[in-house]
Write a protein that binds this ligand. Structure first.
Ligand code: ATP
Ligand code: MG
Length: 357
């Protein structure tokens, strides 16, 4: 029986609705398995701008650092679109990633038998897809210096730098191997080693780390080929690990394999403290406040928290099984409903999942 403190940052729009659902599901797990979860709430995003005058208040950051894990909803909305850059909700999200050293972004993409029609791809292509993209989140092209624009000899130029330190590559590749060890034991390391020095170093380090994991198979794939293979035969992948920008692009591509944004969770693991869990979707202003949002992405994010931050695999499985069960029973929020299917609200979906647990 464990005691865990969870920082809950609902944020804006449907973020508030779906985190409420995820917290209720965690409470059901608490009851069934006899753990104690303490939920501590903090402001982030537009809500924090309104309440505290900044998208990431110091007290929110302190609360997160004192917790065992962070559960986040989503930030943003039209209300704050005209604000200056330092008062934009999204700024809060970038800051928290940086401040908490969240270097590894994990996005599982899983096929659900009952939802085949929500993918733009043919069923035989996506059948059985169960992969995780592990994206490096705090280095590479998005952070390397020099970066910026300049005029030299009257010529306008712009530069970005793809820079990695050996240790930064090592730690992200290790995350991928450790994950693969608990799954189908295959790591695909994606790079552009035919062109980029950083990729050649990445490849060497991946080989080095692989020595520590003799039970896991390592393959290398060029990023252009990986983009193609994800659509051609996504079943071949287990764990895909790659640098920041490649991962940014491939994880969005992969998320479309199974269709709805409302189904897909994510984890951002920290190098130095608590990790953060959030659905990959945004605040969805178009449906906010209507009790319509699909809470499953947030609920599956909570399951990832149970497994990865607390080591509670059985509990995580109980959540995932409950989700599968209600989907198999035909329960659908609007985003995943086909013509003629009965549509349930956020609250109804949450209640059914709780009951299944
Ligand atoms: P952001 O910039 O914050 O990522 P976005 O423009 O990518 O936002 P989302 O907020 O993710 O957009 O929403 C995109 C579309 O998907 C919207 O039409 C929204 O209603 C829908 N959507 C997103 N999440 C969900 C959900 N959990 N349930 C139902 N529909 C959703
Ligand atoms: Mg988006």
């Amino acid at each position: 029986m464990g005691n865990y403190r969870i920082a809950v940052l609902p944020g804006d729009g449907i973020g508030k609705e779906v985190t409420k659902g995820a917290v209720e599901v965690l409470k059901a797990i608490e009851t069934r398995f006899g753990h104690h979860f303490e939920f501590a709430y903090g402001w982030i995003g537009g809500a924090a701008v309104d309440q505290k005058g900044t998208p990431l208040p110091e007290e929110t950051l302190a609360l997160c650092r004192e917790s065992d894990a962070v559960l986040l909803g989503a930030v943003g909305g039209p209300k704050w679109d005209q604000h200056p850059p330092h008062l934009r909700p999204e700024r809060g999200l970038l800051q928290i990633r940086k401040e908490m050293n969240l270097f590894a972004n994990l996005r599982p993409v899983k096929f659900y038998d009952s939802l085949t029609d929500s993918s733009p791809l043919k069923q035989e292509v996506i059948q059985g897809v169960d992969l995780v993209i592990v994206r490096e989140l705090t280095g590479g092209l998005y952070f390397g210096k020099p970066s910026g624009r300049m005029v030299e000899n009257g010529e306008e130029k712009a530069v970005d730098t793809l820079l990695y330190k050996k240790e930064e590559i090592k730690r992200i590749v290790k995350v991928a191997f450790e994950l693969a060890r608990k799954r189908k034991k295959k790591v695909t390391s994606v790079d552009k080693a035919n062109v980029l020095s950083s990729s050649r170093m990445w490849r060497e380090i991946a080989e080095e780390v692989a020595q520590e994991f003799p039970d896991v198979t390592l393959e290398h794939m060029l990023v252009d080929n990986a983009a193609m293979q994800l659509i051609r035969s996504p079943q071949q992948f287990d764990v895909v690990v790659t640098e920041n920008m490649f991962g940014d692009i491939l994880s969005d591509e992969a998320s479309m394999l199974t269709g709805s944004l409302g189904m897909l969770p994510s984890a951002s693991l920290s190098a130095s403290g608590p990790s953060l869990y959030e659905p990959i979707h945004g605040s969805a202003p178009d449906i906010a406040g209507q009790n319509k949002a699909n809470p499953i992405a947030a609920i599956l994010s909570a399951a990832m928290m149970l497994r990865l931050s607390f080591g509670l695999s059985k509990e995580a499985e109980a959540v995932e099984k409950a989700v599968q069960q209600v989907l198999a029973a035909g329960l659908r929020t609007a985003d995943i409903a086909q013509k003629g299917q009965r549509v349930v609200s956020t609250d109804e979906m949450v209640n059914e999942i709780k009951t299944a647990i």
